[in-house]
Ligand binder design. Structure first.
Ligand SMILES: [Zn+2]
Length: 367
């Protein structure tokens, strides 16, 4: 009996060799198309298989670039490169994130005989993936995940605080998906900040941070030049402000004329994190009350983009804050949130007095 079973194993072994040999002989020694090379990239990242990852890359890709791609991509979830009608795109998430970022990238490949490998992955037009433009780490803290360029300011504590501020606001508008981690991108340099936002420096260098959608995923992108100068309370205030935009990004922009609703809610949650900034905003509104006999006008949408006039811009934010502050004082946070949601889509004049709270703020706060 033992002899027969040994023979059986020997036969099976021979059969396996016979089956394997022709397969190996007709299979190419690498990806057979650009799409195939990207599929190898996807599957090797998912499997944590560095050796296979390298088989998708042409030998002309420098070792330092390979190492950066491998290190950066390995920290992400669900990386998926794919061809589109007119180019290439990549889908990706950070650990714990349910939303999926989708960004255009440019992929270069070279085919020799029947083997095609990737020679380059670059930024396309629009925002570039944060992991593509520099070496990054992924930092998970309570309530937030940060993709951080090496050497960028450490904002993990402020991000965690910003996330909990929205959860604790007592406004269900801000807690639609309370467990979704806030996702931030903190580039290390001006140049990578410009690539990640995909916008000209003229539009972005004056900003501390902005919230943008990368396909289905909202991301707070921090301006490293500004963030390096923030005190801890300023960092808390600015990231809490952005966290409101992040949480409401599904709503899109408010209806024309009601930009103050969005900025006012963001300031209402953010300002209490920095006592100096809160006092300065309060003083600005008090001055506007005096200058207008107690009836300041709500800021027009254009005032939020007048970045060349810092004073007008600060007035716009302060008045927006006071308007939402008054709605909360009068109605409580929960009902004020419902009003804000209504104002998001309804022109202010259709809502009567509820949409013009500044005179009431002046009356309640004049002393
Ligand atoms: Zn804002």
């Amino acid at each position: 009996m033992s002899g027969r079973s040994a023979l059986g194993r020997a036969l099976l072994g021979a059969l396996a060799v016979a089956l394997a040999a022709p397969l190996a002989a007709c299979s190419p020694s690498g990806p057979s198309s650009a799409d195939d090379a990207l599929a190898v990239l996807d599957s090797s990242i998912a499997a944590g298989d560095r050796e296979r990852f390298d088989t998708a890359l042409d030998r002309t890709v420098p070792q330092s670039t390979r190492d950066m791609w491998w290190s950066n991509l390995g920290r992400l979830s669900d990386v998926d490169f794919e061809r589109t009608g007119d180019g290439w795109r990549v889908r990706w998430s950070v650990p714990g994130e349910r939303a999926v970022a989708t960004e255009a990238v440019s992929i270069a490949t070279a085919c020799a005989g029947s083997v095609c490998r990737i020679t380059g992955i670059g930024a396309a037009s629009g925002p570039a993936p944060a992991w593509l433009v520099e070496p990054t780490d992924v930092v998970s803290v309570d309530g937030a995940v940060l993709i951080v360029g090496r050497g960028a300011p450490d904002l993990s504590a402020a991000a965690s605080m910003a996330s909990s501020a929205a959860r604790d606001a007592g406004m269900s508008l801000l807690t639609v998906d309370p467990d979704a981690p806030l996702v931030l991108e903190v580039p290390a340099a001006d140049s990578t900040y410009a690539l990640v936002t995909g916008m000209s420096a003229a539009r972005t260098q004056g900003l501390g941070a902005l919230t943008q959608r990368e396909g289905g995923a909202p991301r707070i992108v921090v301006n490293p030049a500004r963030a390096g100068l923030w005190s801890p309370s300023q960092a808390n205030m600015l990231l809490t402000h952005e966290s409101v935009h992040w949480r409401l990004s599904d709503l899109g922009a408010p209806v024309g004329g009601n930009e103050w609703v969005s900025e006012g809610l963001a300031e209402w949650l953010g300002l209490p994190r920095d006592a100096d900034e809160a006092a300065a905003s309060r003083a600005r509104v008090a001055r506007a009350c005096r200058d207008t006999d107690g009836a300041p006008v709500l800021p027009a949408d254009e005032q939020f983009s007048s970045t060349d006039d810092a004073d007008a811009l600060r007035d716009a934010y302060a008045l927006s804050w006071a308007a939402v502050d008054e709605l909360v004082d009068e109605n409580g946070a929960e009902a004020a949130g419902a009003l804000v949601e209504q104002l998001w889509t309804t022109p202010a004049e259709q809502l009567g007095g509820a949409a013009d709270p500044l005179p009431r703020w002046c009356a309640a706060n004049s002393s």
